[in-house]
Design a protein around this ligand. Structure first.
Ligand code: GDP
Ligand code: MG
Length: 664
C-alpha cells in the first residue's frame, strides 16, 4: 500500500473541527468499501480462524456512560437499566444513509436477522440478549450485531462490552468479574483493537477499572482514546484532568455531554454545544476535544487508519491460513476402497516411520523435529552413555582412597599358603576384582532399562505421528512396538549381565595401557614407604593417580605392606580397563540393537501384529474412515470455504483501493 493513501494515522490532536463537521463525500467513498469489507469478514467470523480484525472496542466501568455514548453516536435509544444490561458483546454497525427518511435497523445473531425500529430497539436487543445468554444475569461470548442505517450517522463499527463490575448483584454468577474481564481482555488484547475508554468526569480516572485493564494491554496508550462523559455534572477541574493526562491516553480525550432525560438527540447536541460554548470552565477546553460530533469524526478517522493499516496484513493472513489448510487437507488420507489400497497405505506408513526413525536414531538428521531436543536421539544417546560412564567411574564403593590398603592387607592375609613369600597370590587379585565387579553389577542392566525406555518413547511417538490418520491402527502398532522393545530390552539386559559375569571371572587385557598405568603407579612405592617409615609420621600422603590417602593406621601392619601396595596398583590400573570395556560394549550393543530394530525387526513385528493369523483383520479396519479424521476433513473444508470467501472479499476491496490510487 502506498503511503499516500493512509489517512492521518492516530493523530491525537486532529485539526479543530466545527460541530457536526460534514464528512466529505470522497472520504466516505474511500472508507465505506473498506468498512464494508471488514464488516463482511467479521460476519464471516474470520476471527474464528485466528485472524484479528481492526475493531473499536468500547470499555468502561459500570454507569460510566458507555451506552449513552453509543446512543449519542447512533442517535437511537439503547437498553438502560440497573446492573448490567449489556451481557453479550454488542457489535454496532452504524452506516450513514443520506437522504433516507426512515432509519433501517436490524439485529443479527444466531444466524438470523431480526428487523426492528427505533421504538422497539431496546426491547429487541433485550430479547436477543436473553436468547443468546439466557434470561438470567449471566453473560455470553457470542456476539449480537446491531445494524443501524440512518441519515447522518458516522460510518463506524464498534463493539460494546459488558461494564466491569467488582461485586456480583443478586442472581449473577460468583465469578462474574473474572468472566467479564476475560471477555474484555480478549477484545482489547489484539494490537488491531482500538480501545475507546469511557470515563465519567465525576470520578478520578486513575481509579477506573477500565483504565487499569487497558493499561495492561496498551501501556503507552497508543491505541487508547478516552471519552469523558458527564462533563455537565463535574465541570470543575475537567480541563486540568484532560490536560494532565495522568493515565496515558495516547489518542487523546474527547469530553461530551450525553442526552439527559427526554431530550431529543438534536436538542441534546444543541445543549452540548451551548454547554461547551458558555460554561465558564468548560468553554476553556479546546474545541478540538469536545462534543459528540468531534468524537464521531475522530473515531471515523482512527477507524479508517487502522483499517488501511491492517488490511494488507489481513490479506496475508487469510492467504497463509488458506494455503496451510489446503495443504493439510491434501495430507489427510484418501478414503480407501480395497484391501490392496489399504495395504499400500499401511506399507507407506511403515516405510515413512522407518525412515524417520533412521534419521533420528541412526543418522542424526533432525529436520523433522527441529525444536524437540528429546527427539534428537543420536545426541541424547551419547549423552546417556557419558552419564553411564560417569556413574561407573564415580561409584563411591570403588574409590581407591577408601580404606587404602586395608582391604588388600586383609585379602592377602587370607590368601596365605604354604609357599614362597615373594609371590603375589593371584587369588588375592581375583577376590578384589570380584568384589569390585559385584559392587557395580546392577548398574549396566539398569542403564539398559533406562535407555530402552527412552527409545520406546521415541519410537512410539514417531509411529503414532505417522499413523495419526488411521487411529484404528494405532493401538496394535503401539502394542507391537512395545512388545518388541521389551523383548530387545530383556535381551540386552541379559547380555550385559553376561558381560558383567565375564569380567568377574577373568582378568585379562591386551591393552598396553594397563602396564603403563601400573608402572606409573608403582613408581611411587618408595615415596610411599618413606612416608610409612618416616620419623615425622605424616598422617597422609598424596599419590598421583590415587589421591590423598591415610597412612597413619598402616604403620602397625607393615608386614605385607609392599605386596598390598602392589596389589592396589594392579587393581587400580586394571579397573580402568574394565570400566572402559563396560561402556564400550554397552555402546556397541546398543547401536547394534537399535539398527536391527529399525531396519528389520520393527516392520516384521508390526506386520505380524496387524495381519498375522490370529489378529482379526487389522488391515480391513483401515477401510472405514476414523470419525476423528472425518471430523477433521469437515472442519478443514468449512474453514477453507470461509477463507476463500474472505479472500474474495478482500481481493475486491484491494482492487478498488488500487484503482482509487490510480485516479488520485
Ligand atoms: P453504562 O452503564 O456505562 O452503559 O452507562 P449508561 O450509559 O447507562 O449511563 C449511566 C447513567 O449516567 C445514566 O443514567 C445516564 O443517563 C447518565 N449519563 C450518561 N452520560 C451522561 C452525561 O453526559 N451527563 C449526564 N448528566 N448524565 C449522563
Ligand atoms: Mg450500558
Amino acid at each position: 500500500m502506498g503511503d499516500n493513501r493512509s489517512v492521518v494515522f492516530l493523530d491525537p490532536e486532529p485539526e479543530p473541527v466545527a460541530h457536526a463537521a460534514p464528512i466529505t463525500a470522497s472520504y466516505n467513498d474511500r472508507i465505506r468499501p473498506l468498512l464494508d469489507a471488514i464488516d463482511r469478514l467479521r460476519n464471516l467470523m474470520v476471527m474464528k480462524e485466528g485472524i484479528q480484525l481492526p475493531t473499536i472496542v468500547v470499555v468502561g466501568d459500570q454507569s460510566s456512560g458507555k451506552s449513552s455514548v453509543l446512543e449519542s453516536l447512533a442517535g437511537i435509544d439503547l437498553p438502560r437499566g440497573q446492573g448490567i444490561c449489556t451481557r453479550v458483546p454488542l457489535i454496532m454497525r452504524l452506516q450513514d444513509n443520506p437522504g433516507a427518511d426512515c432509519p433501517e435497523l436490524y439485529l443479527e445473531f444466531n444466524g438470523k436477522v431480526v428487523h426492528t425500529d427505533e421504538d422497539n430497539i431496546s426491547e429487541a436487543i433485550n430479547d436477543a440478549t436473553d436468547e443468546i445468554a439466557g434470561s438470567g444475569k449471566g453473560i455470553s461470548n457470542a456476539p449480537l450485531t446491531l445494524v443501524v442505517k440512518k441519515d447522518g450517522v458516522p460510518d463506524l463499527t464498534m463493539v460494546d462490552l459488558p461494564g466491569i463490575t467488582r461485586v456480583p448483584v443478586h442472581g449473577q454468577p460468583e465469578n462474574i468479574y473474572e468472566q467479564i474481564s476475560e471477555m474484555i481482555m480478549e477484545y482489547i488484547r489484539p494490537e488491531e483493537s482500538i480501545i475507546l475508554n469511557v470515563l465519567s468526569a465525576t470520578v478520578d480516572f486513575s481509579t477506573c477499572e477500565s483504565i487499569r485493564m487497558s493499561q495492561m494491554v496498551d501501556k503507552t496508550g497508543k491505541r487508547t482514546l478516552a471519552v469523558v462523559t458527564k462533563a455537565d455534572k463535574a465541570p470543575e477541574g475537567l480541563l486540568e484532568k484532560v490536560t494532565a493526562d495522568d493515565v496515558n491516553i495516547g489518542l487523546g480525550y474527547v469530553c461530551v455531554r450525553n442526552r439527559i432525560g427526554d431530550e431529543t438527540y438534536e436538542e441534546a447536541r444543541q445543549e452540548e454545544a451551548n454547554l461547551f460554548d458558555t460554561h465558564p470552565l468548560l468553554c476553556k477546553i479546546d474545541k478540538s476535544i469536545v462534543g459528540v460530533p468531534v468524537l464521531a469524526q475522530k473515531l471515523t478517522q482512527i477507524q479508517a487508519t487502522i483499517m488501511a493499516k491492517c488490511l494488507p496484513e489481513i490479506v496475508k493472513k487469510i492467504n497463509d491460513k488458506l494455503n496451510a489448510n489446503v495443504a493439510e487437507l491434501k495430507r489427510l488420507p484418501k478414503i480407501l476402497s480395497s484391501v490392496a489400497e489399504a495395504m499400500t497405505a499401511f506399507m507407506q506408513i511403515l516405510g515413512s516411520a522407518k525412515e524417520s526413525l533412521r534419521k533420528i536414531l541412526i543418522r542424526g538428521e533432525f529436520d523433522e523435529y527441529p525444536e524437540e531436543k528429546n527427539m534428537h536421539c543420536t545426541a541424547r544417546l551419547v549423552e546417556k552413555l557419558n552419564e553411564f560412564s560417569n556413574e561407573l567411574q564415580n561409584c563411591p564403593e570403588n574409590d581407591p582412597r577408601n580404606n587404602f590398603l586395608l582391604e588388600e592387607l586383609d585379602v592377602l592375609e587370607e590368601a596365605k599358603g604354604i609357599g614362597l613369600p615373594n609371590f603375589l597370590p593371584r587369588s588375592a587379585f581375583l577376590t578384589l576384582l570380584q568384589r569390585k565387579v559385584k559392587g557395580i553389577s546392577s548398574k549396566p542392566p539398569s542403564f539398559v532399562a533406562r535407555v530402552w525406555d527412552y527409545i520406546e518413547g521415541v519410537v512410539i511417538r514417531v509411529l503414532m505421528h505417522h499413523s495419526e490418520n488411521y487411529p484404528q491402527l494405532q493401538s496394535s502398532t503401539r502394542r507391537a512396538a512395545s512388545n518388541l522393545i521389551n523383548k530387545t530390552k530383556e535381551k540386552a539386559k541379559d547380555r550385559m549381565m553376561e558381560v558383567v559375569e565375564m569380567e568377574r571371572l577373568t582378568d585379562y587385557t591386551c591393552n598396553p595401557k594397563y602396564m603403563l598405568e601400573w608402572n606409573n603407579l608403582m613408581s611411587q612405592q618408595n615415596t610411599f614407604m618413606d612416608a610409612i617409615n618416616s620419623w615425622q609420621r605424616p598422617m597422609n600422603i598424596d599419590l598421583v593417580g590415587i589421591g590423598v590417602v591415610d597412612v597413619a593406621n598402616l604403620r602397625d601392619r607393615k608386614e605385607q605392606i609392599q605386596e598390598a601396595f602392589d596389589l592396589k596398583m594392579r587393581i587400580t590400573a586394571y579397573w580402568k580397563i574394565v570400566l572402559g570395556r563396560f561402556v564400550d560394549s554397552m555402546a556397541l550393543h546398543l547401536l547394534f540393537d537399535v539398527k536391527n530394530l529399525v531396519n528389520s525387526e520393527m516392520e516384521a513385528e508390526i506386520v505380524g501384529e496387524l495381519i498375522g493369523p490370529n489378529t482379526g483383520g487389522g488391515i480391513e479396519r483401515m477401510l472405514e474412515e476414523a470419525p476423528s479424521v472425518a471430523a477433521k476433513r469437515d472442519k478443514l473444508n468449512r474453514s477453507i470455504r470461509l477463507l476463500r470467501e474472505s479472500a474474495a472479499v478482500v481481493a475486491k476491496i484491494m482492487d478498488r483501493i488500487d484503482c482509487g490510487d490510480c485516479t488520485d
